[in-house]
Design a protein around this ligand. Sequence first.
Ligand code: URA
Length: 200
Amino acid sequence: MNTGPIFAASSFEALEYDALGCRRCSLAETRKQVVFGSGDRHADLVFVGEGPGAEEDKTGVPFVGRAGQLLTTLIEGIGLSREEVYIANVVKCRPPGNRDPLAIEIETCWPFLDGQLGFIDPVVIVTLGNFATKLLLDTKVGITKLRGSEYPGAEGVIIIPTLHPSAVLRTGGAHLANVRSDFVLMKRALERARLARGAS
Ligand code: URA
């Protein structure tokens, strides 16, 4: 197992192989499985969540619990399937008891997410909740202030922050309406980016 610095992976597969054996932070001691990510490695649209929960830790697949079911429904609501997008997390191992990931864990795991985004090279990244949003927009501003708009990221990518599906499950109502409107925003951003690509 690799406990050294993350090498500059030569391929997506090499990056995944490195992640699956990672013991760089203490989450390795309590996880059942590394949850690297799932979906299309050439997707235009990538979702980034916080970290695996109990179901994900058991199955090795991101967003398969209750929050995952809501995310799947929302993705299907804009005419896509989970197989057509890519789904990843800020940290690849479950924080015990579903506690928030620590800053050191996020920092240690960042090269894996950075590598995934580099290889996939999406046109739209959707950040689900505060942890992914703060990391990818490099901000301390909270998700409720940021959602509802799109933001430019590196190399022309569009970043769209929205509420985490777990927060929607906890609070429902208005939050679900907000998330639905963010999904419409991402659908339009995708269509725009695809048209621009076709025109160039
Ligand atoms: N919540 C997350 O942020 N990620 C998952 O994979 C599951 C639940």
